[in-house]
Design a protein around this ligand. Structure first.
Ligand code: PXL
Length: 282
């Protein structure tokens, strides 16, 4: 029996609506990886299309949690962050990375802040610059195209894209510092949608596509990044991990569409966990 891996997931907990921690915990646990959680805020729901949500900020608790963990000499095979609500939280997470980074472990940053050409309304316009700085400390980053162009200071273009354009973005993203980049929302036509993966050390670029399902389903970025993280922690290579994450996300969307669920309520990823576990060799 191999040593069980342990990850620290640093996200908010949106109590209803399936994103951030309520998605990261079950998906990464299903991969047989222990997840320690740092909730950065507690919200009644996520902020995407739902109004009137409660928001309890937990910024002040984050570093004391880390202090306690360090007093216990806890070690982590990965640190995984997603939605972060303020510049102060970006600074605190940067400090956590400095404290808990080892030569072996992986820092995975999903720079959650925008989609469909728009920065989420709760963020100030200079937030992408702060997120870009955090990405410089990561080993793996998982932005979508909107997050990418906001961080790179480029205009947002509607797809379909060309391989040249996507490969240019991948290289500019890797130049921020991460060894591996997985870019979501990639499409070269209106039939297939997926992700591009780039390993800047080997130079390998790969694509994983699936049939395009119409509609914007909330939380799919978190489902994707959590599945990718799960696969990477099972020592699956970046190309295959990206394929598994696309497959898992699209399956989750397909089930949700078939059920006619409100697109704001998150996707049915739960029923895809047994297949994911098989793909992860469990
Ligand atoms: O799914 C990303 C996400 C996470 N957490 C909160 C959000 C969002 C996206 O809107 O609002 C609180």
């Amino acid at each position: 029996m191999q040593r069980q891996k342990r990850i620290a997931a640093i996200h908010d907990i949106s109590c209803f609506g399936k994103c951030s921690l309520t998605v990261a915990l079950p998906i990464i646990s299903a991969a047989g990886v222990e997840v320690s959680a740092i909730p950065t805020a507690v919200l009644s729901t996520h902020t995407g299309g739902l109004t009137g949500y409660t928001y309890r900020d937990l910024t002040e608790d984050i570093l004391p949690i880390i202090d306690h963990w360090q007093s216990l000499d806890l070690k982590f095979d990965a640190l995984y962050t997603g939605f972060l609500g303020s510049f102060e939280q970006l600074d605190i997470v940067s400090e956590i990375f400095k404290r808990l980074k080892t030569p072996e472990n992986l820092i995975i940053v999903d720079p959650v802040m925008a989609d469909n050409g728009e920065l989420y309304k709760i963020f100030p316009v200079d937030f992408p610059a702060g997120m870009k700085k955090l990405c410089t400390q990561a080993d793996v980053i998982v932005p979508n195209i909107t997050e990418t162009v906001l961080m790179l200071g480029e205009p947002y273009l509607e797809g379909p894209y060309t391989p040249d354009y996507i490969e240019g973005l991948l290289k500019k993203l890797a130049a921020l510092g991460a060894r591996q980049v997985v870019l979501t929302g990639v499409h070269f036509d209106h039939q297939k949608l997926g992700a591009a993966a780039y390993d800047s050390q080997s130079g390998e670029i790969s694509y994983a596509f699936s049939n395009w399902i119409e509609g914007y389903y909330h939380g799919t970025g978190d489902v994707f990044a959590s599945a990718l993280t799960a696969a990477l922690l099972r020592d699956i290579d970046l190309t295959k991990a990206t394929e598994i994450a696309v497959d898992f996300t699209v399956g989750s969307i397909a089930r949700t569409k078939e059920a006619g669920t409100d697109i704001r309520f998150g996707v049915n990823f739960e029923e895809g966990l047994p297949k994911l576990m098989k793909q992860l060799g469990l």
